[in-house]
Ligand binder design. Structure first.
Ligand SMILES: Nc1ncnc2c1ncn2[C@@H]1O[C@H](COP(=O)(O)OP(=O)(O)O)[C@@H](O)[C@H]1O
Ligand SMILES: [Mg+2]
Length: 292
């Protein structure tokens, strides 16, 4: 057991309090698809998410400060038997903004659904005639609420200003758009489209910082550039083998999910590793604990 006070557990992460200024994030190998958590873990997935977050925060240092202190297992953590290496982040505690800072470069997901209804995206008018997955004229900051339970709700920028305060919302928009653009440019050069992504920002010592996980397959839509075609739903770079297999079983997408065969688990792990290696140009084998 980790000998630290437990703060929270989400679908993927377990959060502990390290001291009054720091949290310990432990990213598990839990995998969800169609909003249901699979029974089988995807080995190394938590390490890939951690490694990608660390990579991006480094890349984005000129855009904004961030919460990451270290990805080493702190000495005071009791690790008996726990597989922590390469999947932890020591972070500064932040006062999180009450909004999710989404940036969309392509028209997909809930934004596509809204566009079809009202030709708007988060309440903002868009040109007529856009197709599903179409590249937007320019990336747009499209915040949502941060619901403690249930689904986040897409909101307008005015509503975000009301929730977070005008000045912070403006700063959050600048950071989010700059970070998305820098990341999308880098990924494009490596054959991956970042269709959209969600940042979570928070205040540390009075400065707005990039927190949480950053530009991972779990917080973003990654598409293989050669699989993108407007008018269709491009395959997900990371989840497609799993989704395709789940669809093939005729599962009704309510728990419990079917047991994943070993080859589907292996193919999914391989996609996560490949996303990391493609984006960073690094070998995943060099990341602490990889393949353990
Ligand atoms: N530096 C930080 N300080 C405090 N809270 C943070 C920090 N970074 C991220 N968080 C919060 O920690 C939680 C991350 O947990 P996660 O497992 O991703 O849960 P969720 O299912 O809510 O996404 C989120 O509520 C996020 O806002
Ligand atoms: Mg999260």
């Amino acid at each position: 057991m980790i000998g630290l006070p437990h703060v929270a557990s989400g679908k993927v992460r377990d959060i502990y309090e390290l001291d009054d200024k720091h949290l310990l994030f432990v990213t598990s190998d839990r995998m969800s698809a169609f909003d249901v958590v699979m029974a089988e873990p995807i080995p190394d997935k938590g390490r890939v998410l951690t490694a990608l977050t660390a990579f991006w925060l480094d890349q984005l240092a000129a855009v904004a400060p961030n919460h990451l202190v270290s990805t080493a297992v702190p000495p005071q953590v009791g690790t008996d038997g726990e597989d922590l290496e390469g999947r932890v982040m020591v972070v500064r505690k932040a006062e999180m903004l009450p909004i999710e800072c989404i940036v969309r470069g392509y028209l997909s997901g809930s934004a596509w659904a809204e566009y079809q209804r009202t030709q708007t995206m988060h309440g903002q008018k868009l040109p007529a005639g856009l197709r599903q997955s179409e590249k937007l004229p320019e990336p747009v900051f499209t915040p949502s609420t941060k619901a403690a339970e249930g689904h986040d709700e897409n909101i307008s920028f005015d509503e975000a200003k009301r929730l977070a305060g005008a000045e912070l919302a403006e700063e959050a928009r600048r950071i989010s758009l700059e970070a998305y653009q820098a990341a999308a440019d880098l990924a494009a050069g490596r054959g991956i489209v970042i269709a959209d992504t969600k940042f979570e920002l928070g205040l540390i010592d009075g400065r707005l910082c990039i927190c949480d996980e950053v530009l991972t397959p779990d917080s973003s839509r990654f598409w293989p550039a050669d699989g993108w075609q407007p008018g269709t739903t491009p395959p997900s770079f990371d989840k497609q083998p799993l989704r395709d297999w789940l669809e093939s079983t005729g599962w009704d997408k309510t728990p419990p999910p079917p047991a994943l065969p070993a080859d589907v688990v292996a193919a999914t792990r391989q996609r996560y590793v490949e996303a990391y290696e493609r984006i960073t140009g690094r070998s995943f084998a060099d990341w602490p604990g990889a393949g353990r």
